[in-house]
Ligand binder design. Structure first.
Ligand SMILES: [Zn+2]
Ligand SMILES: [Zn+2]
Length: 416
């Protein structure tokens, strides 16, 4: 067997791993960099299948380019992942065009991909040539899966993005896989434990209540897929108006059409329908009257309506903002956290908001403790750490604990 790491090594973004079983070649994820559209390395096109673990573009964002280059084979994922991917891919294409970037594929290629989609459900093994593939629920966002591929007596397990602890929106990941020989694991939070989610939720609610009682607005920049819906469920009894702006609205509609892909369809449906969905500029002006909560894209503050709100609320000290997700290095969200200045080159904006800015670690990724617990349960022969800025340190630490772990570089090949 041979593994080649095409992207997402020692970084978060452009995830992609090529597995050559000796009989078949499979590509697991083919994403782009979140902040600048950076691409993974080129795989061969005589693939026997492409798996998309989940819809986030750092995992799915360059799959249509394979079809543009002439790949004609199948792509495998859960129904929710396919549905949400199409929305995110079209959006990513639009954003790249707007920024004058070369996207590497067109809308037609997304449709071409659509015609080659093969739906897989969790725990329903599929034979592909001499290999058997199976998806396990990964907990991260609706539809998210880990991929198991068994071939010639060896099992490879690629986690994709993982979350074991259940959230207001999601079930925890399925950790029942065993007899794994090669484990390829995300390591976003290999260096820390997440604080108790219930305490964070209480703090978030008290910030919102205080802000609204002072006639202010709490701004919640959120990823369209996952976090927007989780916040809606979390804040369902807040007692102040909730406005939702940006792609999170369409994402909620798509997610609600896959009620088995998350834990609380009834609650999300109720909270979403009770919220004010912003469609046009006059709706935004209405929201700005407050007091209220505004949940808006984009999560890392690169684009979307969030810049508009930051600009308009910047001088209102009675407002507040809470960042609730992972901020990739180089994004305006990360810069704001580190400096207090919102600098968005795309929008030609540089503002120091006067309202307080909080950051709460409501991560959709598993933390270090749960990663290590998982490795103990699975007890793989070898662990490859990807999708993390600190994968090398973590590999060293795991080796000291008796595991055989490595943090590959992009382009590395391992014969096993
Ligand atoms: Zn993700
Ligand atoms: Zn990711």
């Amino acid at each position: 067997m041979e593994l080649k790491f095409l992207g997402g090594c020692r970084e978060v973004g452009r995830s992609s791993v090529l597995l050559n079983t000796g009989k078949e070649k499979f590509l697991m994820d083919y994403g782009i960099e979140v902040q600048d559209g950076g691409r993974p390395l080129q795989p061969p096109l005589d693939l026997d299948g492409v798996f998309i673990t989940h819809a986030h573009i750092d995992h799915s964002g360059f799959v249509p380019a394979l079809y543009s280059q002439g790949y004609q084979g199948r792509v495998f994922a859960t129904p929710a992942t396919f549905d949400i991917s199409h929305m995110l891919l079209e959006d990513s294409l639009k954003v790249q065009r707007k920024r004058g970037m070369e996207s590497g594929f067109t809308s037609q290629d997304i449709q071409r991909m659509g015609r080659k989609e093969k739906i897989m459900n969790f725990r329903d093994p599929q034979e592909i040539g001499s290999s058997t593939a199976e998806l396990f629920s990964a907990g991260h966002v609706p539809g998210a899966a880990s991929v198991s591929i068994e071939s010639r007596g060896k099992k490879v397990y690629y986690t994709g993005d993982l979350k074991f602890v259940p959230t207001d929106l999601m079930f925890g990941a399925d950790d029942s896989v065993r007899d794994v020989d090669l484990l390829i694991s995300e390591s976003t939070y290999s260096y820390k434990e997440h604080p108790d989610r219930k305490t964070l939720k209480e703090k978030l609610i008290s910030i919102i209540e205080e802000t609204c009682h002072n006639d202010g607005i709490t701004l919640l920049p959120a990823f369209a897929v996952g976090r927007t819906q989780e916040l809606l469920v979390m804040l369902k009894n807040i007692g102040f108006p909730i406005y939702v702006d940006g792609m999170g609205i369409r994402a909620a509609t798509r997610i609600l059409s896959h009620p088995k892909s998350f834990a609380c369809p009834g609650e999300l449906s109720e909270s979403f329908h009770n919220s004010h969905r912003i469609r046009k500029q006059p709706d935004r002006e209405e929201a700005l009257k407050g007091p209220c909560v505004i949940i808006t894209t984009s999560g890392m503050m690169q684009g979307g309506p969030v810049s508009f709100y930051v600009e308009r609320l910047a001088k209102r000290k009675n407002c507040s903002m809470v960042l609730t997700g992972f901020m990739v290095e180089g994004t305006p969200g990360r810069h704001l956290l580190e400096t207090g200045i919102y600098k968005n080159d795309q929008m030609k904006m540089e503002i120091r908001p006067e309202f307080p800015i909080h950051s709460f670690d409501f991560s959709a990724h598993t933390d270090r403790k749960h990663l290590i617990d998982f490795y103990k349960k699975v007890n793989p022969e070898k662990i490859f750490l990807v999708h993390g800025d600190r994968a090398q340190e973590f590999a060293k630490e795991l080796n000291d604990k008796g595991f055989d772990a490595v943090a590959p570089k992009n382009g590395d090949i391992f014969q096993v």
